[in-house]
Design a protein around this ligand. Structure first.
Ligand SMILES: Cc1cc2nc3c(=O)[nH]c(=O)nc-3n(C[C@H](O)[C@H](O)[C@H](O)COP(=O)(O)OP(=O)(O)OC[C@H]3O[C@@H](n4cnc5c(N)ncnc54)[C@H](O)[C@@H]3O)c2cc1C
Length: 356
């Protein structure tokens, strides 16, 4: 059997690698104008998903930076900690640079006889020979024709990302601050480097100096030597109403996109890969064809869970958005109270790790 995948981002390459590991031929088609992978962006992957990645995609253990704690603050509580998630014995979350993960996947796929990289043609007739076509690419006529019904929310915000070079410190605690302008995260990637994601409200025109000043204002931990190139990304959340159309299945950020405040977008896709892989494996064991029935089963199993998960992330955003408009710190105080309850703290950590 041969699977066709459109797009050449992280979702496409991770899914392709998982499939070729199962000795399934995968033809990956990319558009002429491939987006350059960001050099300033990092990706946080939960412990459960790292285990899955290492076992079923590729072992990235020597490339990841392991974090044991996440400290969360809010402008409204001044220096008091809002929440604290930790796993003293092992990693809670791991960080890797987007472009490094892309390179690792691409390098290993190029050596694999089950993988072929092809140029996307204008004439889509060539899809006829595939039983299943998985689409991660946003800009092609199939996406426009079959995957245009979605629930979109624009945050009227941009995420600004950069890497800080700083003096060496023991650096395995991530920090997130819910500032009045939006969430700001410091995500360590080594003892000398930390990545920053600042999701910034009502601010359309990028002015690096404003971002630099705010990073300096909220940084109380690092002796910064250099702030590297700042990049920006428009923030929106979306959920497709229908995951598939006959043999075409949407995947990755094309299916669901969420606010990066909890670092869960790619984690959702990894959970999707796990599910589709299990469906395909079961069908093969039973000698059943790998056709559009995979798409139907996939949608039935995960769509409602993904929708609830996305709504949960949006709720967190709206919660802090509301609080930033209020003069009281009542909402933060109630979160602090809830988060100090060990059972609830464990429950939230488990959802961030495994999903539903
Ligand atoms: C600031 C930020 C921080 C994040 N942090 C985390 C995190 O810590 N943890 C986590 O799990 N997730 C995180 N995410 C989400 C994660 O980055 C995405 O889920 C993931 O990168 C999506 O990969 P993709 O391959 O599905 O989509 P894309 O990278 O959009 O690629 C899809 C396909 O479409 C093509 N494409 C897309 N746009 C264009 C274009 N303009 N022109 C031509 N082709 C195009 C690409 O080439 C590719 O083939 C973050 C997102 C942001 C914005």
């Amino acid at each position: 059997m041969r699977v066709c995948i459109l797009g050449y981002g992280l979702s496409s390459l991770a899914l392709t690698k998982a499939l070729v590991n199962e000795k399934i031929y995968v033809d990956v088609f990319c558009t002429k104008n491939i987006k350059k992978i960001s050099q300033s962006r990092t990706i946080g992957i939960s412990k459960k998903n790292i285990n899955f990645f290492n076992k079923h995609i590729i072992n990235i253990d020597k490339f990841i930076w392991k974090l044991k704690k996440i400290h969360i603050f809010s402008d409204n509580l001044k220096n008091e900690k809002l929440l604290n998630f930790q796993n003293n014995n092992d990693q809670l979350f791991s960080i890797i640079k987007n472009h490094q993960l892309h390179e690792i996947l691409e390098k290993s796929l190029k050596k694999d006889k089950y993988f072929k990289k092809l140029k996307l043609k204008e004439n889509f007739k060539f899809f006829d020979k595939y039983n299943i076509v998985i689409i991660t690419d946003h800009f092609n006529s199939i996406t426009k024709k079959h995957f245009n019904k979605k629930i979109i929310k624009k945050y009227n915000s941009f995420a600004y990302t950069c890497i800080l070079d700083h003096q060496s410190i023991s650096n395995n605690i991530a920090t997130q601050i819910f500032t009045k302008r939006g969430p700001l995260a410091f995500l360590p990637i080594s003892n000398k480097k930390t990545s920053v994601v600042y999701s910034f409200k009502n601010y359309k025109k990028k002015e690096d100096q404003v971002i630099i000043d705010l990073i300096n204002q909220y940084n109380f931990k690092y002796k910064i030597n250099k702030i590297n190139k700042i990049e920006s990304f428009e923030l929106k959340s979306l959920n497709l109403r229908s995951y598939y159309h006959n043999k075409f299945l949407a995947f990755g950020d094309l299916l669901h996109r969420i606010h990066p405040l909890a670092g869960q977008g790619f984690n959702m896709t990894l959970r999707d890969i796990k599910i589709i892989l299990n469906i395909i494996k079961k069908k093969r064991q039973l000698g059943l064809p790998i056709d559009y029935s995979v798409n139907k089963e996939f949608e039935e199993e995960i769509r409602h869970k993904n929708f609830i998960f996305s709504k949960g992330i949006d709720l967190i955003y709206e919660f802090f958005n509301l609080e930033s408009k209020l003069k009281s710190n009542f909402l933060s105080k109630s979160i602090q109270f809830t988060g100090n309850n060990p059972t609830l703290n464990k429950f939230f950590s488990s959802i961030a790790d495994k999903g539903f």
